[in-house]
Structure formats: structure tokens, C-alpha cells
Design a protein around this ligand. Structure first.
Ligand code: ADP
Length: 596
């Protein structure tokens, strides 16, 4: 746990820098004003007529304070002392307000920093890592866990401020009663040691809180993403039951955490009461101190012990929230370890001649079986290349390698003869338009969804892209035309309409390479023909990779690669392939009613 506390402190110090010093300064000033109030207590009591014994330590202390006031030209009267009290309380109120604000700014800034850093780390992680990860883990870390991590700063600083105030009281107490104070400190240390196990338990239950809230997030997000399927399968009741089971677990863990914290507080309370009683007994019976000193000792205890208690309570609050920080750093470190390299600072990627796969094999880690084996293919500039094959043959994997989303396992992918390494992949992807099987639309207007791909596009370019993607007519029919909100992930549109908007978005980018991965499979034949016609018209001007299992969509491709079980089994144009009587391609054409 010490490591977790030190990692947290380092991270907070790195973000807060001068703010941390400023906040600490306010904490110290606030403690000093409290200490000053205490310093005035004894002489004020004396001026009010309470006999504190002039020869006693308390009497000597009161005399020192009176002399100090005299040295700065103040005559210690009851009225002056009371006026000083009021003044100190006013200063304290102002400083405490500033301190509260400074702590809040500190933890809000820390939260913002953690959130931003994590978001960037997740966005910069490579595609294979993203594929293996659960998106709800990221959402949970970015929201709940960042809140807990920054809340820990709040608790931690209150704990430190409590420690500073307690230290002042302890110093004052030590000046007056060195032996009793040392004894009290020793007993406090014993109490602290006894409660260490409780603090560790708080940390461990705090980690369980992280796990169980993560499960609740995952259940909620996955359910909302699949709500239609859940309804269709009548699985609502089951998912609700699973969810309520998780929320019950979450409540139970929260209660256990509070229970651990409260029981630690209670043990401290009991321990300190026993300690105080014992000490008073020793002081009165064996150390023979005066009744006035007993009174002062009581006042000191009554002020010091609650400070130490609140310091401990805040510390345990800090420890309970610390696992939130651990989750955020763990996920951030995993993402950074899987980061895509920074963009190559050399020449931007050009595409003048061809993209080539040279004996490329690929295996998804940690699997042992390759999904692509010894692939050789060429995508020449200006050509339309189709990749066809049965489901699971490896077509989308080829598309991902073409787009530089993952590096080839063995062999090379080259662009104009230069290997497409991860450092060059970022600038390579800037020139690619991609429409996949799962089109993603934001909960925003049609216009905003299009502009996302190219923020500087003008109205004419937007309309032209819609026209080319055969989306102009249905968009015109929407209630607010191009300014209609399409719903969460385009929920108010049909699958075919979503695909056409996604295609318009890709076309709007004016890409050098257009990759269409089964992107017309939800269209009716009329709209499919329109889109294919549009793409055909672009033929020559744009390089297109068409991935399909419906052969009707690739009839006019310049070159067709037939993929089966991760290998190229045939290649050529439509006429050549469909004429090969014993070929795989021809047998699919026959099966799909495209050849006799
Ligand atoms: P196709 O596009 O031809 O249907 P894919 O390229 O999507 O085929 O998949 C090829 C094989 O790779 C399949 O067996 C699939 O299960 C596997 N696969 C795809 N993506 C992943 C992944 N992220 N991790 C592990 N295996 C994967």
C-alpha cells in the first residue's frame, strides 16, 4: 500500500506543482490561526479571573504570551484578548475558505488531467489491443475511477491538514507537559499500529468496490448496446436480474467499506478514551499536577484527539479511494505499452504506384493458428480490386492490414515499394476512406456526421457526397433534411440508409484509397446498383478495395482475389475467373445464380 500512496503522491505533485505548495501554505496558515487562538486561551482565562497558578507551567506560559504582546506594544486586557480572538477567527474563516477552494481546484485539475491522459492513451493504443479490450472498462475508468482517484486527493489533503493542526497542538502540549505528551504520542502510535490492519482492510474493500462497479458498468453498457436483441430474445427479465444482482453486490461492498471505516473510527474513539482516562489517572495520582493543569490537560486532549481522529478518518477515506487511481494507472500503462508509434516525421505517405502484399502471414495473438498464410497480392493505383471468399476466410484481416491497422506477422506490406511500418501507418490512414460492416453514426445531425470526416467541407461537397452514395433522396425526405438528428448510432435510420451515409462520409474525404468491407450488403438491389454505379464512375480516379461475399457487387472489378482459409486460391478478372470451369470462383458464381 505504501507503493500505491507514493505513486499517487508523485502523480499529484507532478500535476499540481505550485498549486500543491499554495494549498499546503493555506493549510499551514489555517493551522497557525488555530494555534494562535489556543495560545491566547491561557492568558485570557487568567484575565477572566481563573487561577491557573503563576508558578506552574501554564502560568509561565501565560506570562510569556503577555510579554510577547507587550513587546509589540499591546497591553493585554480582557477586551484586547477577546478582540484578538474575534480577529483570529475572521482570518481563519477567510483562510479556510481559500483553503477549501484551493483543494477543490487541485482535485478537479487532477481529475481533468487523469481523464485527458487516459483518453489519449486509449485512443493511441493499437488496434489489436483495442479489439481484445472491453470498452466498458475504459468508460468505467474514465468516469467512476477518475472521480474516485481525484476524490482521494481531497481526502489526502484533509488528512495532511488534520496532521498539521494536530502537530501544532502536540507541540503546544509538549511545551506545557513534555512527559504526558510523549506518553500520549507513544499511545497514539500503538493505537495507529493496532489500526493498521483496519486500514489495509479498507484498501482491500476499496479495490473490491472498483471491481464491482466495473461489472455494473459492463452490464449496463453491454445491455444498452444489445437492447434490441435482448428484447427479441425475451432476455429483458434475465438481464434485469443479472443487473440487480450486481447492484446488490455493489451496495453490499459499499456497506462493507463504510463498516470497515466506521469500525476503525470507533476503535480509535474507544482506544483514545481508555488512553485519556489512563493518562489522567497517572497524572493526578502519581505526577501530582494541579487542578488547573488537569483542566488544561483535558482541554488539550479534547482538542488534540479529535484532530488526530479526523486525520485518521480522512486518511482511511483516502485509502478507500486509492484503488480508483490504481485502476486508472493500470489501464493507462497497458494502453501506453500497446501504443501505436508516433507519426513518422519523414515524408508524408504517397500512393503513386501500388500497394503489395509479399508473402504475408498473420496470426492474432495469442492464438497459434495463422489466419493468413503466404498472401501475395497487388492493389495498383486507380484500380478496383475485389477480395472475395467465404465468411471467416480472412478478408477483413486483409483489409485491416491494407489500412495499416496492424503490422504483418511475416512477409511485407509495401506502398510504392516502401514497407508500411506502424510509424508510417498513421499518415497512410489519413488518405483512406473506410466503410465497414458496422457503420458508426454519432447521435447528431446528418451534416455533423459528414463533417466529422472532413470539417472544412462546403455545402456543395456535402450534397455531392450524398448524391454519389445514393443518399441524397432519403436525406431530403428526413424531417429536417441534412440537419436531422439520426439518433444513437443512427438508430432512426434503416441499416441500408446508415450504410449510405457512412459511404457518403468516406467519399467526402476524397480518399486516395477507398476500402469497402461488405458495405453494400444491407442495401436493396436498386440502391446497391446506384452506389456501385457511383463507385464505377469514380473508377480510375480512386483506388478501391471491395470486400464481398456477394459476387454480384464485384462484377466490374479490375482484379479479383479469391481467398479461402487464409490463402489466395485464385486471382484474375471476372471473365477469366468465371470461365475457369473447375475454379472455386465459378462454383460460387453458379451457387449465387450468376453463371450457368
Ligand atoms: P472474413 O472477413 O473473411 O469473414 P476475418 O478476417 O474477419 O474473416 O476473420 C478471419 C479469422 O480471424 C476468423 O477465424 C476470425 O475468427 C479470426 N479473427 C478475426 N478477428 C480476430 C481478432 N481480433 N482476434 C482473434 N481472431 C480474430
Amino acid at each position: 500500500m505504501f507503493k500505491a500512496v507514493s505513486a499517487y503522491t508523485k502523480s499529484l505533485a507532478a500535476v499540481a506543482r505550485w498549486r500543491l505548495g499554495y494549498t499546503f501554505a493555506l493549510v499551514v496558515i489555517s493551522s497557525l490561526t488555530e494555534g494562535l487562538g489556543l495560545a491566547l486561551l491561557l492568558p485570557t482565562l487568567q484575565l477572566a479571573g481563573v487561577d491557573i497558578g503563576s508558578g506552574s507551567a501554564a502560568g509561565r506560559y501565560a506570562a510569556v504570551v503577555r510579554e510577547g504582546l507587550g513587546a509589540v506594544g499591546l497591553r493585554p486586557t480582557l477586551a484586547l484578548m477577546l478582540a484578538l480572538f474575534v480577529w483570529i477567527i475572521c482570518v481563519r474563516a477567510i483562510v479556510t475558505r481559500a483553503q477549501g477552494m484551493a483543494i477543490t481546484v487541485l482535485f478537479e485539475t487532477f481529475a481533468q488531467h487523469l481523464r485527458q491522459r487516459l483518453f489519449e492513451a486509449v485512443s493511441g493504443a493499437n488496434w489489436l489491443f483495442i479489439c481484445k479490450s472491453r470498452s466498458s472498462d475504459f468508460v468505467h475508468a474514465l468516469t467512476n475511477e477518475v472521480d474516485r482517484a481525484s476524490g482521494a486527493a481531497h481526502q489526502g489533503l484533509y488528512s495532511v491538514s488534520g496532521a498539521a493542526v494536530a502537530a501544532l497542538y502536540i507541540v503546544a502540549s509538549f511545551i506545557l507537559f513534555p512527559a504526558s505528551t510523549l506518553l500520549m504520542l507513544a499511545l497514539c502510535a500503538v493505537l495507529g499500529l493496532l489500526l493498521r490492519a483496519k486500514t489495509r482492510a479498507v484498501y482491500s474493500v476499496g479495490s473490491e468496490v472498483s471491481d464491482v462497479t466495473n461489472s455494473v458498468y459492463a452490464a449496463a453498457i453491454e445491455h444498452f448496446q444489445s437492447i434490441k436483441t435482448a428484447k427479441m430474445y425475451g432476455a429483458q427479465r434475465r438481464t434485469c436480474d443479472i443487473f440487480s444482482g450486481l447492484t446488490r453486490e455493489m451496495t453490499a461492498t459499499g456497506l462493507r467499506l463504510t463498516n470497515e471505516q466506521l469500525s476503525a473510527d470507533a476503535w480509535f474513539e474507544i482506544g483514545s478514551a481508555v488512553m485519556m482516562g489512563g493518562m489522567l489517572l497517572v497524572a493526578i495520582k502519581w505526577m501530582a499536577i494541579s487542578p488547573a493543569e488537569v483542566l488544561i490537560l483535558l482541554v488539550l486532549f479534547a482538542r488534540v484527539l479529535p484532530r488526530i481522529r479526523s486525520m485518521q478518518t480522512s486518511y482511511r477515506g483516502f485509502v478507500a479511494l486509492l484503488p480508483g487511481f490504481a485502476t486508472v494507472t493500470r489501464i493507462e500503462e497497458q494502453c501506453r505499452a500497446a501504443a501505436e508509434p508516433d507519426r513518422d516525421v519523414g515524408q508524408p505517405m504517397e500512393f503513386r504506384s501500388a500497394l503489395r502484399f509479399e508473402n504475408v502471414s498473420f496470426t492474432y495473438p495469442p492464438n497459434a493458428t495463422p489466419v493468413l498464410r503466404g498472401i501475395d497480392l497487388t492493389i495498383s493505383v486507380g484500380r478496383t480490386v475485389a477480395i472475395v471468399g467465404p465468411s471467416g476466410a480472412g478478408k477483413s484481416t486483409i483489409a485491416d492490414l491494407v489500412m495499416g491497422l496492424m503490422p504483418a506477422g511475416s512477409g511485407r506490406v509495401t506502398v510504392d515499394g516502401t514497407p508500411l511500418n506502424p510509424a508510417r501507418a498513421l499518415s497512410w490512414r489519413e488518405g483512406i476512406g473506410y466503410v465497414g460492416q458496422d457503420t458508426y453514426l454519432f447521435h447528431d445531425t446528418v451534416r455533423a456526421n459528414l463533417l466529422w470526416a472532413r470539417p472544412d467541407a462546403n455545402e456543395n461537397q456535402l450534397r455531392a457526397a450524398l448524391r454519389k452514395a445514393a443518399a441524397d433522396e432519403f436525406v431530403a425526405r428526413l424531417p429536417d433534411g441534412i440537419d436531422t438528428i439520426v439518433g444513437d448510432r443512427g438508430a432512426t435510420l434503416s441499416q441500408g440508409e446508415r450504410q449510405r451515409l457512412a459511404l457518403a462520409r468516406a467519399i467526402l474525404r476524397q480518399p486516395r484509397l477507398l476500402v469497402l468491407d461488405e458495405s453494400t450488403n444491407s442495401l436493396d438491389s436498386e440502391n446497391e446498383a446506384r452506389i456501385l454505379g457511383a463507385i464505377e464512375q469514380m473508377q480510375g480516379g480512386i483506388t478501391t478495395v471491395l470486400i464481398a461475399h456477394r459476387l454480384s457487387t464485384i462484377r466490374w472489378a479490375d482484379l479479383i482475389y479469391v481467398i479461402e482459409d487464409g490463402q489466395v486460391v485464385e486471382s484474375g478478372d471476372w471473365t477469366t475467373l468465371s470461365a475457369r470451369l473447375d475454379g472455386r470462383f465459378r462454383s460460387w458464381c453458379v451457387a449465387q445464380g450468376l453463371a450457368a
